[in-house]
Write a protein that binds this ligand. Structure first.
Ligand code: KG4
Ligand code: ZN
Length: 342
């Protein structure tokens, strides 16, 4: 089965063609980063308008890349939520219109299920069951995964998501959006012994997270060392590495706790923050001590992309699931409410 995947939930237009027999055939991505850079975050109305401009040219690009015609595909998968409603509507409308014209089924995919399954696009995919750490701009969740659609939430952030904390800390250091990769780059020059930020909620039991305190800590440290409102580059780098280490340590401690709690030996990390090298290294070290394994996608499939939506949709379509012809755009949609496939 060949599936066209469409991702438009936030500020990336991602399109891909996935074949259940031959794997990923082609994919294309357009990032709106420059559109939103001046605003320090994603502006929903601008995001919708940019998806409208880019979605059809990108669809043409992936068909050309795979040397396929529209009539060669069997189904369409699009992100139906969670996300920005206007942005979601663009993908939903294009997906359902194309499905109607081609007389093929369409399915609305949960964006976080897309992230969660993305490591399965890689050469040695994880087998079920596993514990998943989902770390994106909007979510920080630990999930026990028994199979597709069989998700049990073990813990989540009570305030900011990990990616959101990176973005906010970056803003305080005068870095552009998205802050995660920029903090990571700055942290490479930082002295990790100069500042020690707290590891929130690690000294009490449980699998929930809180990252808003780190934001305050970053702000206070930045203000303390500002001279005439300016923080020198070395101090910025030292703050960046202290912040990153606090997030990485916190996530690592909770992942170890979740593996032990679920009595599992496989950890999957997914979502934009899972592209972070320091996090990957810390988790590799942790799992090797626990005699466990960690799985993640290549960096371009950690952040938003069409391949993960085509893949997740394909799994459900192959199992016989389909949506009716209504447009589905669900800004809030709990992962645990998804139906299981056999
Ligand atoms: O999964 P994603 O592309 O979009 C959402 O579903 O939210 O995640 C985006 C988030 C942003 O907050 C961005 O700053 C963060 O992922 N991010 C990173 C890195 N690359 C992206 N955070 C830390 N280190 C990175 N290398
Ligand atoms: Zn995402």
């Amino acid at each position: 089965m060949i599936v066209l995947g469409i991702e438009t939930s936030c500020d990336e237009t991602g399109i891909a063609l996935f074949d259940s027999e031959h794997g990923l055939l082609s994919h294309a991505l357009y990032s709106q980063v420059e559109v939103h850079a001046d605003y320090g975050g994603v502006v929903p109305e601008l995001a919708s308008r940019d998806h409208i401009r880019k979605i059809l040219p990108l669809i043409e690009e992936v068909f050309a890349g795979a040397q396929l015609n529209k009539s060669d595909i069997d189904a369409i998968a699009y992100t139906a939520g969670p996300g920005l409603v206007g942005a979601l509507m663009v993908g939903a409308a294009v997906a359902q219109s194309l499905a109607l014209v081609l007389n093929i089924p369409a399915i609305g995919v949960h964006h976080m299920e897309g992230h969660l399954l993305a490591p399965m696009l890689e050469e040695s995919p994880p087998e079920f069951p596993f514990v998943a750490l989902l770390v994106s701009g909007g979510h920080t969740q630990l999930v026990k995964v028994e199979g597709i659609g069989r998700y049990e939430l073990l813990g989540e952030s009570v305030d900011d998501a990990a990616g959101e904390a990176f973005d906010k800390a970056a803003k305080m250091l005068g870095l552009d959006y998205p802050g995660g990769p920029r903090i990571a780059r700055l942290a490479e020059n930082g002295d990790n012994s100069r500042f020690r930020f707290p590891r929130p909620m690690t000294d009490r039991p449980g699998l929930d997270f809180s990252f808003s305190g780190l934001k305050t800590f970053t702000l206070n440290t930045t203000q303390k060392y500002a001279k005439d409102g300016v923080v020198d580059e070395q101090t910025k780098a030292d703050i960046a590495v202290a912040f990153q280490s606090a997030v990485v340590d916190t996530l690592t401690i909770k992942c170890r706790r979740a593996l032990r709690h679920a009595e599992m030996k496989r950890l999957v990390i997914a979502g934009g923050v899972s592209a972070n090298t320091a996090l990957r290294e810390a988790l590799e070290a942790m799992v090797s001590k626990e005699k466990a394994e960690v799985f993640y996608a290549r960096p371009e499939f950690c952040t938003d992309n069409g391949a993960m939506i085509a893949f997740a949709g394909c799994q459900r379509l192959v199992a016989g699931q389909r949506d009716d012809f209504s447009l589905k755009a669900t800004p809030r949609w709990p992962l645990e409410s998804l139906s299981a496939i056999d």
